[in-house]
Design a binder for this molecule. Structure first.
Ligand SMILES: Nc1ncnc2c1ncn2[C@@H]1O[C@H](COP(=O)(O)OP(=O)(O)OP(=O)(O)O)[C@@H](O)[C@H]1O
Length: 270
């Protein structure tokens, strides 16, 4: 029987420390006992000023960095105590999407090759169905077939980010950890990528851990928001509540200083 009460992702008392290089340069406690749940089909935005620990939290969730302590439970499995070998079959279901759309793609691979790669790595490639699956992924993220032979330097930032999202989808994920996925894009293409993420979530029931510092985007995309300060979560609530009536004084201060404060809607897709 499926346990419907179990969240897609449950994080408890997560701690991430960066060791100091010497006695004079002490380490940094980047994530200080952070806890949150994320449900299937839900977007939880992690917001906070630069250096508050958002990306370190994301790295520990995706396993790019080992947590120093605490629990990361994904699909009911505790990730922090697993060996690399035990983690391998779970990794496709938990995919990161990074801020820098060019940096996250190999400059040598065409779009088609970049999308075939995760299928090959996972043993899902075969000569018959592979090319169709690649075409399907391109269509899903709104890339024309003509882009298939292009390399990253021949694409716009928005198109590169669509390739990054398609690569994540190739793994048939359940959760995307989106670390500032549109911050490096021109304002004119941001809305298109955000709308794509919304459509994919609706269609595939994906969970999103959305790391962001722009309140307008958070309001537009997130169901719930967790506000971080100096490694800790200081407030959690619905996007509407946190963005309009924050209870924590620091959140109020932070939101007032954030880009996108006030009722500024995200422009429609071009
Ligand atoms: N590799 C590292 N080595 C040492 N300290 C680090 C490292 N990465 C991050 N830190 C420190 O950990 C703290 C949290 O950083 P983190 O990048 O997680 O914050 P952030 O909220 O994502 O910031 P930003 O919005 O600027 O990306 C900061 O004090 C940062 O300087």
């Amino acid at each position: 029987m499926t346990d419907t009460a179990q969240p897609l992702l449950r994080v408890r008392d997560l701690v991430v420390r960066y060791p100091g290089r010497s006695r004079r340069a002490p380490g940094v406690l980047a994530v200080d006992h952070v806890s949150f749940d994320l449900q299937t089909g839900e977007t939880l935005a992690l917001v906070g000023e630069s250096g508050c620990g958002k990306s370190s939290t994301a790295s520990a969730v995706t396993g790019l960095r080992r947590a120093d302590s605490g629990s990361v439970c994904f699909l009911g499995r505790e990730l922090t105590t697993m060996s690399e070998r035990e983690l391998r079959p779970l990794r496709p279901a938990l995919q990161p999407v990074f801020q820098d759309p060019y940096g996250s793609l190999s400059p040598r691979l065409s779009v088609r090759e970049a999308l075939a790669e995760p299928l090959r790595v996972q043993g899902r490639w075969d000569r018959e169905s592979g090319p169709n699956r690649v075409a399907e992924l391109m269509a899903k993220v709104g890339l024309d077939a003509v882009h298939g032979d292009r390399r990253p330097h021949e694409l716009s930032g928005g198109q590169c980010q669509r390739v990054g999202i398609a690569r994540a989808l190739a793994c048939e994920p359940r959760l995307l950890v989106l670390d500032e996925p549109v911050s490096a894009l021109d304002a004119s293409v941001r809305a298109g990528v955000l709308n794509l993420l919304t459509d994919l979530q609706e269609e595939l029931g994906l969970g999103y851990l959305f790391i962001c510092h722009d309140l307008a985007l958070v309001r537009h995309l997130a169901h719930r928001v967790a506000v971080m300060r100096q490694g800790r979560i200081v407030e959690t609530g619905s996007a509407r509540q946190v963005c309009s009536e924050p209870t924590d004084p620091y959140t109020r201060e932070l939101l007032a200083a954030m880009p996108g404060r006030g009722p500024r809607p995200v422009p429609a897709a071009p």
